[in-house]
Write a protein that binds this ligand. Sequence first.
Ligand code: ATP
Length: 148
Amino acid sequence: EQLELAPFLNKVASQMEQAYHRTFRIDAQIPKFIYSDEKILKQLLFILLDNARKYSEDEVRIQATETTNHVRITIQDFGIGIPVEHIPHLFERFYRVTEDRNRKTGGSGLGLAIAHELAQQLGITIDVKSKLGEGSSFTLCIPKEGQQ
Ligand code: ATP
């Protein structure tokens, strides 16, 4: 289905803001529309936004950009970051970086495994960039030729 991106992201972000009393800043002038399944995409964003707010304390950024064939939505946080050797494993079921640093936030290590499955259903790939102590960004790469 066709989704108008800015209102869609506003809705998702304001639900997160109400639930957690945190700031989610959106920068999504471009593009205007995407083709995707609203419910599945929303679930996918909630997982990434929930992690971003769990593993950081400052504002979380949501940014949309586009390339010739893709729309990219980036969720960026300025939190604890992820050690580089863990990045390839993040999408495995029950994988958590270390119990120690996660004890405070809790969680099962299933969020990103589910995110990965939802992304596959939508033909979306997820790129991860992270630096320990500086923050992380997860980018959804959404094909413009929407199948949905
Ligand atoms: P839950 O299943 O409740 O989401 P979780 O957060 O532990 O629990 P995942 O979402 O699968 O599980 O994330 C796996 C691990 O990746 C986390 O335990 C955390 O160590 C790390 N991680 C994920 N997102 C971030 C992030 N934005 N910043 C830092 N570490 C992260």
